[in-house]
Design a binder for this molecule. Structure first.
Ligand code: UDP
Length: 244
C-alpha cells in the first residue's frame, strides 16, 4: 500500500481498475450504452482527480466471449482472438468518454494495432501513468485461453499497482449470492487464503492465483454506485477488500 503521494487523501497511489464489458452495456442486452460509459468515465476521471494514477483493463463480454462462440468449426484460439478484439472496441469507446470527461487517456493494446492505438509496453504504460494519463489497457493478456480478469491482475502486478479494483454489479463479496439468499452478508475484509478456503468466486482461478502470488489486494465494489471508484481509491465506501 502506498503512502507516498497524498497520505491523508488517497489510500492507493496507483490502481488498476477492471471494468467488465457487461458494465458498459448498462441496461442494454448487447454492446455499448453511451450514458453508462459516460458515467464510468466520469468516475474514472474523478478517481484520477484525487492524485492517484489510474489504469483500466476493459473486458469484452458485452460483445463476444471466446468460450461461448467456439465450436462448430470455430476453434477456441480464433474465438478468443475475436474476444480480444471486442475489448479493443470497448477500450476505444472508454478512452473517448474519459477524454470527454476531462482527463487525458491513452489506449494501449496487448495486440499491436498501431494505426488505432499504441501497442502495450510496460514502460510506455508506466510513463503515461506517471504523467497523469488514464491508461486503458485493451486485448487482455494478448493470449487466448485467458480472461481480462487475468489481464487485470497481470498488468497490476507488472505496473506495480497498489491494488486491483474489481468493479462488479454487487457491492462486495457475500457469504452467499444475495439475489438468492436474503440472509447473505457482505465481507468487509478477507485474506486471499480465506477466499480460497471458503470457495468464494472473486475472479477466475488463474487471475486469483496470480493476485495471491503477487500479494495484490483486490477491492470488490459496485460500478452502479456513482463515485465508487474514487471511494475505493480513498479506501472508503461499500466494498470488500481481499488482502494478505
Ligand atoms: N480474451 C482472451 N485473452 C485474454 C483476455 C480476453 O482470449 O487475455 C478473450 C476471451 O475470449 C474472452 C473475451 O476476450 O471471453 C472477453 O474478455 P472477458 O470475457 O474477460 O470480458 P468480461 O467478462 O470482463 O467482459
Amino acid at each position: 500500500m502506498s503512502q507516498s503521494a497524498e497520505p491523508q487523501e488517497i489510500h492507493y497511489r496507483r490502481v488498476l481498475v477492471k471494468v467488465s464489458g457487461e458494465a458498459l452495456m448498462g441496461s442494454e442486452a448487447f454492446g455499448l450504452h453511451w450514458p453508462t460509459i459516460e458515467g464510468i468515465a466520469r468516475d474514472l476521471a474523478d478517481a484520477r482527480g484525487t492524485g492517484a494514477e489510474v489504469a483500466v483493463v476493459v473486458g469484452g463480454g458485452n460483445i463476444l466471449r471466446g468460450a461461448s462462440v467456439a465450436g462448430r468449426g470455430l476453434d477456441r484460439a480464433t474465438a478468443d482472438h475475436m474476444g480480444m478484439l471486442a475489448t479493443v472496441m470497448n477500450a476505444l469507446a472508454l478512452e473517448k468518454a474519459i477524454e470527454e470527461a476531462g482527463s487525458p487517456a491513452r489506449t494501449l493494446s496487448a495486440i499491436p494495432m498501431p494505426t488505432i492505438c499504441e501497442p502495450y509496453a510496460r514502460q510506455t504504460a508506466s510513463r503515461h501513468l506517471s504523467r497523469g494519463r488514464i491508461v486503458v489497457l485493451a486485448g487482455g493478456t494478448g493470449n487466448p485461453y485467458f480472461t481480462t480478469d487475468t489481464g487485470a491482475v497481470l498488468r497490476a502486478a507488472e505496473l506495480e499497482c497498489d491494488a486491483v479494483m474489481k468493479a462488479t454489479n454487487v457491492d462486495g463479496v457475500y457469504t452467499a449470492d444475495p439475489k438468492l439468499d436474503p440472509t447473505a452478508t457482505r465481507y468487509e475484509r478477507l485474506t486471499h487464503d480465506e477466499a480460497l478456503t471458503k470457495d468464494l468466486k472473486i475472479m477466475d482461478a488463474a487471475a486469483f492465483a496470480l493476485a495471491r502470488e503477487a500479494k495484490l489486494p483486490i477491492i470488490v465494489f459496485s460500478i452502479r454506485q456513482p463515485g465508487a471508484i474514487e471511494d475505493a481509491v480513498r479506501g472508503r465506501g461499500r466494498s470488500t477488500t481481499v488482502a494478505p
